[in-house]
Design a protein around this ligand. Sequence first.
Ligand SMILES: Cc1ncc(COP(=O)(O)O)c(C=O)c1O
Length: 401
Amino acid sequence: MNTPTSSHRARQTPASPIRKLQAAADAARGRGVRVNQLNIGQPDLPTPPEFLAIVRQFAEPVVAYAPSAGLPETISAWQRYFRRVGTDFSTDQIIVTTGGSEAIIFALLAVTDPGDEVLVFEPLYPNYVTFAQMAGITLRPIRLTLETGFRLPPAKVIAQQISRRTRAIIVCNPANPTGAVLSDDEQRALAEIARVHGLFIIADETYREIVFRGQPPRSFASIAEIQDRVILVDSVSKRFNCCGARIGCIASTNQAVIDAALKFAQGRLSSPTIEQMAVVPLLADSVRFTDSLVETYARRNGSLTAALKLIPSIRFAEPAGALYVMLSLPVDSSERFCQWLVESFHLDGETVALAPGPGFYVTSNLGHHEARIAYVLGEPALDRSAKILAAALEQYPGTTR
Ligand SMILES: Cc1ncc(COP(=O)(O)O)c(C=O)c1O
């Protein structure tokens, strides 16, 4: 009768746009349709045997909690890994987290109070919206467009979004969902804005090594002028193909941030013990794993973008990194189109799942003609997916050009 209901905060939290089509994709499979699942960033590549060997050989009688800040060997492995990529943290400036996701939550909770604001660039990684909702903060979006190749606008345009309540800028580099990689000038401009306006930079460098055009970017944590205000969030998920390991970290030379993150970490007790042990050899020998990974994504990117260029009605900005491309589609609604693709269309018994654009925006009227592809399948499947897309755009009742 008077069953209690969820909070306003909970009701305001959007469902994941990336996982939305899962039920329809499963139903299509049930009908015998092959679904190329390009909506979710779950790569098909194998997890390194070094990781699996440690999991399989675990022989302790008890799976005990790890220390809240992380196993000492895992923290040291992160520290040495960071040194290799040009950033220096002491071991007490690194906290192992349950995925990069938890690191972002800790970072937001460490620097904001309810009602505070954080700047983001849209299109954005949708879970930033979820985490902001959980923290009771407002994201102030700065729009990036396909026409400019998702380049940052001039500093004064970014600064216009800063208010009394702004505490931080979240920046994902290389970026999910656009595949854009910031130039050194753009990184410096953001660093300067953060310095002048007293903001933190929450640098999400989950895709750090995955760059296949131009120079790999430097870490925000290596920019001397903002050492005191960078909060680095990182993850083993994509870099080592072990998304389910749920291991990431938060690192900062700002003592107040690390003190806060440690208290949050103590509250949740521990990150997974066995998986922390299993990522140590991956972090220790990261280049060996990431070199071949980058080659794979470079090949996929080349093959997919070549196939997409054959579809004149689709526009996109060539990604320089990460494993995603944002498409501009000639459709009335990308939500409807993506649903229709999975529910009502197939080409020779095969279809494709894409992530509809609106979920990648904070601003409510944007993204309706866009969709994201994650190139998490091999070149033949990507090539077929581009052909399916071309045929679908011919048949979809809401195609606009
Ligand atoms: C930009 C970005 N940040 C963070 C994450 C979170 O990664 P995880 O929690 O698996 O470490 C992801 C995962 O897709 C991501 O794309």
